[in-house]
Design a protein around this ligand. Sequence first.
Ligand SMILES: NC(=O)c1ccc[n+]([C@@H]2O[C@H](COP(=O)([O-])OP(=O)(O)OC[C@H]3O[C@@H](n4cnc5c(N)ncnc54)[C@H](O)[C@@H]3O)[C@@H](O)[C@H]2O)c1
Length: 350
Amino acid sequence: MSDKIKVALIGVGNSACTLTQGMGYYSEDDSRNGLWHKVVGGYRVKDLELVGAFDVDSKKIGLDLSEAIFSKPNVAEKYLDLKPLNVEVKRGILYDEFPHHLKNSLDVDAGEPDDIVDALKSSKADVLVNLILSGLDRTSKAYAEIAIESKCCFINATPSPIASDKAFVEEFKEADLVVAGDDLMSQFGGTAFHKGVLDFMHGRGIKITRSYQLDVGGGTETLNTLDEDIKFMKREMKTRAISMELPYEFETVTGTTDYVDYMRNKRTSYYWIQGDGFLGSPIMVDIYLRTSDGPNAGNILLDVIRAVKVAKDRGEFGAPSEICGYGFKNTLKPVKLKDAHQNFSLRYIG
Ligand SMILES: NC(=O)c1ccc[n+]([C@@H]2O[C@H](COP(=O)([O-])OP(=O)(O)OC[C@H]3O[C@@H](n4cnc5c(N)ncnc54)[C@H](O)[C@@H]3O)[C@@H](O)[C@H]2O)c1
């Protein structure tokens, strides 16, 4: 592999913070603990290069990305000191209203947006990663259009319908581009863990009757989720992702329950699963899991960015189901967790 994969980020929040640190950390030495896949489609982490960043928070605009990722209201942990990246955070676009209770956290810059198409074209960005807050549907769609105009592939970590929207996928296909999304699935977090336990119980012959997963966490995105509309939209999406894990219907509920500011980027997920064993004997599982949101996004983003570039190079335009199923909760072709990983591995790993 000779060329670097040039990556631009929209939304310099907690996921962007840990992704940026992860790129620095594993570029130096990819035998360090914590990296899931060293090589994806022939690319290593050191083959990634950050070339652009956009946000609407005046506390971040104008700063070098290495500094902006540690600016308030970000709460993701600092794992290493980064040298300046020579990527200045530029002003993005905003076509939606933020929920009222976020107004004290975000300091929206009132200036004119920078010319994002020009910035992406002149930096020759290959992949644009959408990491803005959830619920900003018009804005996320506009960023997807900007990606197409700039000849950039697009990764949508937000729940806004882009890669799960057939018309959008067609637009990317016609432009010979790849799109992946929607709603990132954390590596070892809420949805993936819940799916994994259900699959294990089902595989051991237990008939699942009910389950729930309740989350509390810190960070701006969790605060954002207190908005009733966003909360129910995310809850519906997560519940749908869980429901398809079993070949029969069962009652399940999953979603973020509350925001606890001092938890910062940490999250506690409570799982309760009920099933029937031999002779209908009751089986009950109570688990709680403690993770950090930013790091939980890191490996998946590193893998998806590399896979998207590989798919583009191979001419697999549109929304490849192997990438979407592996990295995201809401996809055109829903897939079980184990199959998703296998499909992705067969196509992109090694
Ligand atoms: N493990 C995870 O972190 C995870 C898992 C699933 C989904 N996601 C999704 O990833 C996205 C990012 O999550 P996060 O925790 O980093 O959020 P965050 O709140 O920490 O960061 C969001 C950033 O986007 C910026 N922003 C808001 N509107 C913008 C706009 N119009 N243009 C440019 N920037 C804008 C904010 O100023 C902030 O810097 C969310 O949509 C979330 O649902 C994350």
